[in-house]
Ligand binder design. Structure first.
Ligand SMILES: Cc1cc2nc3c(=O)[nH]c(=O)nc-3n(C[C@H](O)[C@H](O)[C@H](O)COP(=O)(O)O)c2cc1C
Ligand SMILES: Nc1ncnc2c1ncn2[C@@H]1O[C@H](COP(=O)(O)OP(=O)(O)O)[C@@H](O)[C@H]1O
Length: 183
């Protein structure tokens, strides 16, 4: 997968595990792209309106490090937390027109029920496909139903053999061994 972009949150000296997955050979193509970042406790301050599903935010430095030519929109792929198992995920990159955010964000929902929150943990994300552009909605219900639709579509897409093989990619293995080595 030499065309992958591996990104991490820069400036997080206390998390050198990120270094391993730093940039490889990004050639400006569309996905796959992988991103690693530490979920900040400040994520807890976000609006709790969408409590139907948990959505986690990468810190600002991670989002600022995304290549400028990645289109905003809704993507799907794989994610792991720390050295944990790899699960299906959906991720929204952009300004959330419904909330009129002024800061670009990268928000991930993992299709897995975790026993507890993972603030302070490293989140590894491999984006493999694009679903749709970000949209504005006339009600919160329509936004929620769009996200639920994204989750269902992503689950289907990720069962395709070409996407299933990404689950086994070295990116997740490297993240695992680095963390287990205590780095
Ligand atoms: C799969 C997915 C799709 C999303 N699609 C949109 C969208 O089309 N428009 C939008 O304004 N926000 C979209 N969002 C962002 C949500 O509005 C945002 O994650 C939600 O408001 C939670 O914000 P909070 O973390 O501040 O609670 C999407 C988020 C996810 C995970
Ligand atoms: N399946 C999951 N996907 C994403 N985050 C999760 C998941 N399960 C638990 N979390 C935790 O929930 C946090 C977000 O919670 P909260 O702020 O209440 O959600 P929201 O942003 O949807 O309002 C994440 O930072 C993460 O620690």
């Amino acid at each position: 997968m030499e065309s992958w972009l591996h990104l991490c949150s820069s400036g997080t000296a206390c998390y050198p595990a990120c270094e391993v997955v730093k940039e490889t050979a990004w050639r400006g193509q569309s996905p796959p792209i992988s991103v690693t970042g530490v979920i900040s406790v400040t994520d807890r301050d976000c609006s709790l309106e969408l409590t139907f599903e948990y959505i986690t935010n990468f810190p600002e430095q991670v989002v600022d490090n995304l290549p400028a030519d990645i289109s905003t929109g809704i993507y799907y792929g794989w994610a792991s937390v720390g050295s944990g198992d790899v699960h299906k995920m959906v991720v929204s990159i952009g300004w959330n027109p419904y909330y009129k955010n002024t800061k670009k964000s990268m928000e991930t929902h993992i299709m897995h029920t975790f026993k507890e929150d993972f603030y302070g943990e490293i989140l590894n994300v491999a984006i493999v496909g694009y679903l749709r552009p970000e949209k504005n909605f006339d009600s919160l219900e329509s936004l929620i139903s769009a996200i639920q639709g994204d989750i269902e579509e992503a689950k289907k897409q990720l069962d395709l053999p070409e996407h299933l093989k990404v689950k086994e990619d070295n990116f997740f293995q490297v993240s695992k061994s680095k963390i287990m080595n205590g780095h």
